[in-house]
Design a binder for this molecule. Structure first.
Ligand code: PLP
Length: 381
């Protein structure tokens, strides 16, 4: 017998169909997805343009290796430049967020020949070896991952991070400008600027982990962009493929030039991945989802801020954290089972995370607020 390796805690729900911000069970029960399948669903489930492009591509060709020309990859690069407004970066395709950060850390180390890494407490960078070692969660780091020294700083202690970068001893600083899993904590713009400058002075690589906060979710295309910094490496994944596994690393190639064989991936940038990725970018551009996410985030946060049971509302755009005075597990379960609304958890048990698709409308936002208020009242939370 082969059974599933039992690493996930599962809800007793099986969605079999999805459309826009909704998922459906076989009996037709509808759920509002304010979790975005873990921040993955950027343009809404089963977006018609996305499905059309994927189906067309499947009819033509799904995959060939990175040993031949693939103009779908250059099309994707152009769209990414248009959507993000970034220039002067080269793209390396991979398949997940962890892989993007693993490659980002390798690039940093190839560049300056150093091994020690600086990261933030409450950060999350994925489960592969260098990525997980840079993640402040000792229980998920296996002994084999502990191949280099990592110092995790508190966001509040900018000075300690600054002094470490200025020592010139470190290979990279890896930072989520808005921490996701840690409970939606923003790193101040001034912090990002000071650390970026220190990195430039000491040839330390600045890695912006945009795996969760990127791709228009925060109201900027990448969440660091508001601060005006120019990271050396940017990692991205979740929203890129709207459910198709795509990851990528943007590299300042003037600073870290490529050489043949430096990085590689069998599946990265496949024909089908590019079709999915380009379809997502086309929708983000066409429907101006970046502006929409910013406005819808403001609309939601204004209503959330007056709910007295919520002690703090954090975040930007459609990446919102609700801080409560007690653990939110029961409230989330009640919202799911009684009001049919998915929400996200966080490594802080008192924080509910909202990561809905970027194209939710006011009616759906109001639906969420009603479900939250009703659940708070139902269980006297
Ligand atoms: C900020 C951040 N980085 C990296 C990862 C890892 O991504 P993946 O699960 O695709 O490997 C995640 C996943 O939640 C994330 O939130």
């Amino acid at each position: 017998m082969i059974a599933l390796y039992d690493v996930y805690s599962l809800f007793e729900i099986e969605p079999v169909k999805a459309a826009g911000p909704y998922v459906y069970e076989a009996d037709g029960t509808e759920y509002l997805d304010f979790y975005g399948g873990h921040a993955v669903i950027s343009i809404g489930h089963s977006h018609p343009h996305y499905i059309r492009r994927m189906k067309d591509q499947i009819d033509k060709m799904v995959f060939y290796s990175n040993s031949v020309q693939n103009s779908l990859q250059s099309e994707f690069c152009q769209l990414l430049q248009q959507a993000s407004g970034l220039d002067g970066f080269d793209l390396f395709f991979c398949n997940s967020g962890a892989e993007a950060n693993e490659n980002a850390l390798k690039l940093a180390s190839f560049h300056n020949d150093r091994t020690k890494v600086l990261s933030l407490k409450k950060g999350f960078h994925g489960r592969t070896s260098a990525a997980v070692n840079s993640t402040d969660s000792q229980k998920i780091i296996a002994p084999i991952n502990k191949g280099f020294e990592v110092i995790y700083h508190d966001i509040a202690d900018e000075e300690a991070m600054y002094q470490d970068v200025m020592s010139g001893d470190f290979c990279a600083v890896i930072i989520e400008a808005i921490q996701g899993i840690g409970g939606i904590h923003e790193v101040p713009d001034q912090y990002l600027n000071r650390i970026m400058q220190a990195c430039e002075q000491t040839d330390t690589a600045f890695i912006a982990d945009e795996v969760q906060a990127g791709y228009a979710r925060s109201g900027d295309f990448f969440s660091f962009q508001r601060s005006g910094i120019r990271p050396d490496v940017i990692s991205m994944a979740k929203g890129m493929g709207n459910g198709f596994p795509i990851g990528g690393v943007l590299i300042n190639s003037a600073k870290i030039p490529a050489w043949k064989g430096m990085l590689g991936s069998t599946f990265g940038g496949s024909h089908l991945a590019c079709a999915a990725g380009s379809a997502v970018l086309e929708v983000i551009i066409e429907e101006d989802l970046q502006t929409h996410a910013a406005g819808m985030g403001e609309y939601l946060m204004k209503q959330l801020k007056v709910i007295d049971r919520i002690s703090e509302v954090r975040g930007r755009g459609l990446m919102i954290g609700l801080q409560f005075d007690k653990p939110v597990a029961d409230l989330r379960k009640h919202m799911l089972h009684e009001h049919k609304v998915f929400t996200g958890s966080s490594s802080d048990k008192h924080v509910m995370r909202l990561l809905p698709p970027l194209n939710i409308n006011r009616r759906q936002a109001d639906h969420f607020i009603r479900a939250l208020l009703a659940s708070i009242a139902d269980i006297n939370f």
